[in-house]
Ligand binder design. Structure first.
Ligand code: AKG
Length: 335
């Protein structure tokens, strides 16, 4: 069969209602053969509780056991989250041609912009999504010229949301530092302090003709330090826990926090980067707004010296720049 692009299929109906082979997952990965376990729910924590409770029992416990926590009462207004969703939906509602004017070129290192994931190896399967990706902090590295110009309020809303997300990030990093018995600012300063980067990725998963055979994003851990994510009202995210997929039923207004690889490395494995994937849907478009919090590329990351010693707790991870880590992860090389 002629290989069709994701956009042909998703936006123009393609030539068929049968998924072309490049989207069909091998049997052991298909949602129909790897269903989520029933009766297990992800940890939910209200951030309005006393600080000691959050440190000792809640946020750090969830991030040690799951690498994942859903937070409520996080201080970001539901109106702002709603506006963020509206501007993202507005962009994806534009005609394909207008979106393609922002096309990224990941093969040549231009990661920012609109695109679908690049497949390097012909055996790899294509994910059922398109996305917009751009840097949102620190200000010195941000190029708003790359951001969507439509809807016109995209920039104002995204900047406001990003400020709030950075405050929430500070709070979570403090809780996670204290959960390791360290000074509250330890993780933030190890991740570059005020140079810490925030990357916005708007994921868009249009209806898929055979969702039981495909995946939105395939199983992965995030290479950053933390991800803070809000989905639209459509389910699809699943996290891996104790040998099973667990479906994430996001409460209205909640924010989903994923521990990423850099926190796993800094904590020498006390916190775990969460393996996750997304399923797609036959009828409804799913969207999600992920902010990846990451160190600057030249920042050297390794297990924190306070957490390792040669006898009891040797380092489980090598130390390297985030750029090196990223290169190895993208190219599927050993770390
Ligand atoms: O859409 C989601 O819920 C998760 C997206 C995700 O894992 C990613 O963009 O890396």
């Amino acid at each position: 069969m002629e290989v069709e692009s994701f956009q042909d299929l998703a936006y123009n109906g393609g030539t068929t209602q049968q998924l072309p082979p490049q989207f069909i997952r091998p049997s052991h990965e298909r949602p129909e053969n790897t269903k989520a376990i029933e009766g297990v729910t992800v940890p939910v924590v209200s951030l309005s509780q006393p600080h000691e409770v959050l440190v000792d029992q809640q946020v750090s416990k969830a991030c040690m056991e799951w690498g994942f926590v859903m937070v409520t009462n996080h201080g970001i207004s539901s109106t702002l989250i709603q506006r963020l969703k509206e501007v993202g939906e507005g962009f994806f509602a534009l005609p394909l041609k207008e979106k393609q004017a922002y096309a990224n070129d990941a093969a040549n290192g231009k990661f920012e912009g609109y695109g679908t994931r690049m497949i390097k190896n012909p055996d790899e399967k294509t994910e059922w999504l398109d996305y917009f990706f751009h840097l949102a902090a620190p200000p010195a590295k941000v190029n708003p010229q790359i951001w969507p110009k439509h809807p016109p309020s995209y920039r104002e809303v995204t900047e406001e949301y990003n400020k709030e997300i950075l405050k929430l990030t500070d709070k979570i990093l403090e809780l996670l530092s204290e959960g390791l018995g360290l000074e509250p600012n330890t993780l933030k300063s190890s991740l570059g302090g005020e140079d810490i980067e925030a990357e916005m990725k708007i994921n868009h998963y249009p209806p898929c003709p055979q969702p039981e055979l495909a995946l939105g994003v395939e199983p992965h851990t995030d290479m950053c330090a933390l991800t803070l994510l809000v989905p639209n009202g459509v389910a699809g995210l699943q996290v891996w826990k104790d040998g099973n997929w667990v479906a994430v039923d996001c409460l209205p207004g909640a924010i989903l926090v994923h521990v990423g690889d850099q926190i796993e490395v800094l904590s020498n494995g006390k916190y775990t980067g969460v393996l996750h994937r997304t399923l797609v849907n036959k009828e409804r478009t799913r969207m999600s707004w992920a902010v990846f919090i990451a160190p600057p590329h030249d920042k050297v990351i390794g297990p924190l010296t306070q957490l390792v010693d040669d006898d009891q707790s040797p380092p489980k991870y090598s130390t390297k720049t985030f750029a090196d880590y990223r290169y190895r992860k993208i190219n599927k090389l050993p770390q």
